[in-house]
Ligand binder design. Structure first.
Ligand SMILES: CC(C)(COP(=O)(O)OP(=O)(O)OC[C@H]1O[C@@H](n2cnc3c(N)ncnc32)[C@H](O)[C@@H]1OP(=O)(O)O)[C@@H](O)C(=O)NCCC(=O)NCCS
Length: 169
């Protein structure tokens, strides 16, 4: 059975085991090898992950089956005082995608956002990441805007921002 667990600094290695495979695979036909290397170090070094968890209030979750980690997600509530939760990262290992694990993580994000009375969930996705865009459309996100972000070293992120309203019953 797949379970979703909260992750903390003791799981940094577990997150990196998944990200080292899932992240380059997701962007292998979208970004250059140099940009992949730069962004991996920027977002997934020990220092960066620790800072995200302990300073930036990014909450990490891992999808786990027995002793194997299959995916991860990080979210930030009330991002930039918007009253909305941002999904910073959601990645599943390539060979277990489209088996419902992304949905389990998204449901976790929705439940966590409800606990904070958040009004919506939003995220950035690369404009050419058709696989992820298909998932967001299927799970009722709408296209909110486009965004080009300069991330240094001559690299940019050419993104859509997708958003999904939180429904309270
Ligand atoms: C995007 C991602 C997180 C989705 O997770 P997943 O586990 O593959 O998706 P799920 O199996 O939970 O899919 C949930 C639903 O969306 C559908 N779906 C998933 N990907 C889809 C796609 N590309 N197009 C259309 N529908 C899709 C599924 O069929 C399923 O529908 P159902 O509920 O009717 O059965 C995962 O594919 C992934 O990690 N991709 C690579 C990393 C990445 O690009 N992350 C996002 C960065 S912004």
């Amino acid at each position: 059975m797949i379970e979703i667990i909260r992750a903390d600094k003791n799981n940094i290695k577990d997150i990196q085991l998944v990200s080292n495979v899932a992240w380059p695979h997701a962007f292998r036909e979208i970004l250059s090898p140099d940009q992949i290397k730069y962004m991996m170090n920027w977002m997934y070094s020990n220092e960066s992950l620790l800072e995200q968890m302990e300073v930036k209030n990014h909450h990490y979750f891992l999808a786990k089956e027995n002793d194997k980690f299959l995916g991860y997600m990080s979210i930030e509530h009330n991002c930039e005082n918007s009253g909305k939760t941002k999904i910073h990262k959601i990645y599943i290992l390539p060979d277990v995608q489209k088996k419902g694990i992304g949905k389990l993580l998204l449901d976790t994000a929705i439940n966590e956002t409800k606990k904070q009375n958040g009004s919506a969930i939003f995220l950035n996705v690369n404009k050419y990441n058709d696989n992820a865009i298909g998932f967001y459309k299927k799970t009722n996100f709408f296209l909110a805007k486009e965004e080009v972000i300069d991330i240094g070293n001559g690299f940019i992120m050419d993104d859509y921002v997708f958003e999904k309203e939180i429904i309270y019953e």
